[in-house]
Write a protein that binds this ligand. Structure first.
Ligand code: PLP
Length: 286
């Protein structure tokens, strides 16, 4: 969008004029965190949850939150109003700011704060209906995957592996246990029970993951939160991925082999409907 306006360090600017120093620690060291908030019908979806996770990520990298929640809300509301799509994807990034390159924190920190909006690309209806394929890979990331940091190189490489195989996602395993996807959380269904990985340092606590767990429990769908062995993933009846942009999608092929029947399963269809219904009640529109 050529007219795209972004928020950078207290100013609203056209995208092409929004620049940061090459000494920014986000650019130099990947020293920063981010959030991505979907907006439906001009209303941010689960904003409080996203702001809570932003705080968790900032605490995890020992960077003070540069704004109160009410200020974040104000900027995000302004961003939404400045863009024409009803459904948007709000990107928020905070880095430790510009300083002479040194691993240790600079003495004075003026964080770099960026907020921008892009049109939200809805999940492809064909993929929603037919499912998607995934590959797998060892999880080579660091030990704080619960923080949404901008240092995404292992995720980038995992996603590229999927793309080069003609797939959508890469499912990650650490020490023989499912962690998550390169850019999503993963659920397993076996014998009509939904299995969800434990929300700890090994995975990002997905906002969509939480909603799917909430919907399952609220609708009496059997659910267990526990470590899930790689074998269980490979022998699953159903596999789902969840993320703010993809919502809930069925993985029907993993590493070239069918998952269960090779088609989206019944529990997936139920959860997909529950998710869409929830979105509708919250936004008041279909
Ligand atoms: C590594 C990773 N896990 C999980 C998720 C899903 O999180 P959410 O549901 O909050 O979008 C994402 C989203 O981008 C992600 O990058």
């Amino acid at each position: 969008m050529s007219s795209q306006t972004v928020y950078l360090n207290g100013r609203l600017l056209p995208l092409r004029e929004a620049t940061v120093s090459i000494l920014d620690r986000g650019f130099m060291l990947g020293d920063g965190v981010y959030e991505l908030i979907p907006v439906y019908h001009r209303r941010p979806f689960r904003l409080n949850e996203h702001l809570r996770r932003l705080q968790h990520s900032l605490d995890g990298i020992r960077l003070m939150n540069p704004m109160r929640d009410s200020e974040w809300q104000q900027i995000i509301t302004q961003m939404i109003a400045l863009h024409e799509s009803d459904n948007q994807s709000i990107y928020v990034q905070v880095t430790r700011g510009a300083a002479p390159r040194d691993h240790a924190f600079p003495k004075t920190v003026i964080p770099t704060v960026l907020v921008m909006s892009n049109p939200l690309i809805s999940p492809d209806p064909v993929q929603v209906e037919n499912g998607i394929c995934a590959v797998s890979s060892p999880d080579l990331r660091w030990g704080r995957c619960d923080l949404k940091t901008i240092g995404l190189l292992p995720n980038v490489l995992a996603k590229q592996k999927a793309v080069e195989a003609g797939c959508i996602e890469c499912v990650l395993f650490r020490d023989g246990v499912l962690t998550e996807g390169a850019a999503s959380n993963i659920f397993v269904v076996k014998n009509d029970v939904i299995l969800a990985p434990v929300k700890d340092h090994r995975m990002l606590p997905g906002i969509t993951y939480d909603l799917v767990v909430e919907l399952a429990l609220g609708n009496r769908m059997p659910l267990e939160v526990r470590d899930i062995a790689e074998d269980e993933v490979r022998n699953a009846d159903e596999l789902w991925l969840t993320s703010s942009s993809r919502e809930v999608q069925a993985i029907v092929e993993l590493d070239g082999l069918p998952v269960g029947s090779g088609a989206p399963g019944l529990l997936y269809r139920r959860m997909y409907t529950l998710y869409q219904d929830f979105k509708q009640t919250l936004t008041g529109q279909s």
